[in-house]
Design a protein around this ligand. Structure first.
Ligand code: KG4
Ligand code: ZN
Length: 331
């Protein structure tokens, strides 16, 4: 009988300290998330030095809790899988250094995981039958990518943002109109009370599926400064509608060009109900199967890292103790 494989995921790339035990890449035995949002909220965004310090304080306790909930000991773990990029360098270093110390002391394999691959893998947990190849739209606070998933560890980037990430645009627009960090969920809530009746610019590029969100962000800032009395709910609804239009247009083109009928969405912004509905509708119209992670796996968590780590581990892609944090790591 095939032996079960248990991976320990460690995520500390931004403002969540998270540790998780996942069985065979798909079954979450524990996924403890210690969020620092309340700490960073008062500063209007993540303060890197404060994030690192909080990771240092939380990481041992979070790991202990993750093992306890999973009902497993260190000796039963097959591979230790920290996020090593992209992200804030000091924050990443906490998880990487901790994982290296564990791997050395326990004499276990170390598998460095790319955070974006983790977001994609969140879909494997929610959809146990999902297998590559498929197209994935990654929409998070730091990234907006269209990725062709050829195999579990083989990726091709088809498009990326040329300026702001979509989550960054949500957060910046929110800040300008007086909503607290993180702005995405606040815009989402307010948009439900408004109507998408304000014209905002769409940005597309010739011969490229790349994205750009700085134009719409600047348009909203100008509009708001000229007319602070504008209906904020309508502004949020119009912003959501315009960004979803841009995402849908380019994603549809990529699906058609590649003749792919399977699309996954991943990353924190994929928690947005308007985006989820928009893509599900497009899926029905175009006969495309659309997959999302369950809500709690959309934003940063270590279960998705443990899942991505599993697929590298079974491929033999282990790291050595020279593994370092790579803040601008690409996939
Ligand atoms: O994936 P994530 O947790 O972190 C990164 O890897 O960047 O994404 C965080 C981003 C933030 O910009 C946050 O505002 C956004 O996801 N977000 C949302 C929603 N929930 C989180 N954006 C729009 N609607 C939401 N419901
Ligand atoms: Zn993330």
């Amino acid at each position: 009988m095939k032996k079960d494989i248990y991976t320990l995921g460690i995520e500390s790339s931004c403002d969540e300290t998270s540790v998780s035990v996942v069985k065979n890449g798909r079954e979450v035995l524990s996924n403890v998330i210690h969020s620092q949002i309340d700490i960073h909220k008062q500063f209007g965004g993540v303060v890197p030095e404060i994030a690192s310090r909080n990771h240092v304080e939380a990481i041992s306790t979070v790991t202990k809790e993750a093992l306890e909930i999973a009902g497993i000991t260190f000796s039963e773990i097959d591979a230790i899988c920290p996020t090593y990029g992209p992200g804030l360098v000091g924050a990443l270093l906490v998880g990487v250094a901790y994982a290296k110390a564990l791997a050395y002391a326990l004499d276990k394999p170390l598998v460095g995981v790319n955070h974006i691959e983790g977001h994609i893998a969140a879909n494997y947990i929610t959809h146990p039958k999902l297998q590559p190849p498929f197209l994935c739209l990654v929409v998070s606070g730091g990234h907006t990518h269209l990725v062709y998933i050829k195999d579990y560890t083989e990726f091709e980037i088809l498009a990326r943002t040329r300026d702001d990430a979509i989550g960054e645009a949500f957060d910046k627009v929110a800040r300008v109109i007086g909503l607290q960090y993180p702005g995405g969920p606040k815009i989402d809530k307010l948009a439900k009370e408004g109507e998408a009746n304000i014209n905002l610019p769409h940005t597309y590029f010739e011969n490229s599926l790349d994205f750009s969100f700085s134009g719409i962000k600047t348009a909203i800032l100008n509009l708001y400064h000229k007319n602070p009395e504008v209906n904020k709910a309508d502004l949020c609804a119009s912003f959501e509608k315009t960004v979803v239009d841009m995402l849908l247009t380019n994603t549809k083109k990529a699906l058609q060009e590649l003749h792919i009928k399977k699309l996954a969405i991943a990353g924190g912004v994929s928690a947005n109900p308007y985006i989820r509905e928009g893509f599900l509708k497009m899926g029905q119209e175009e006969k495309i199967e659309v997959f999302y992670p369950e809500l709690k796996l959309c934003t940063d968590n270590a279960a998705m890292i443990a899942s991505a780590g599993y697929y590298h581990f079974i491929k033999g892609n282990a790291s050595d103790l020279s593994l370092n944090a790579v803040p601008n790591l690409k996939i």
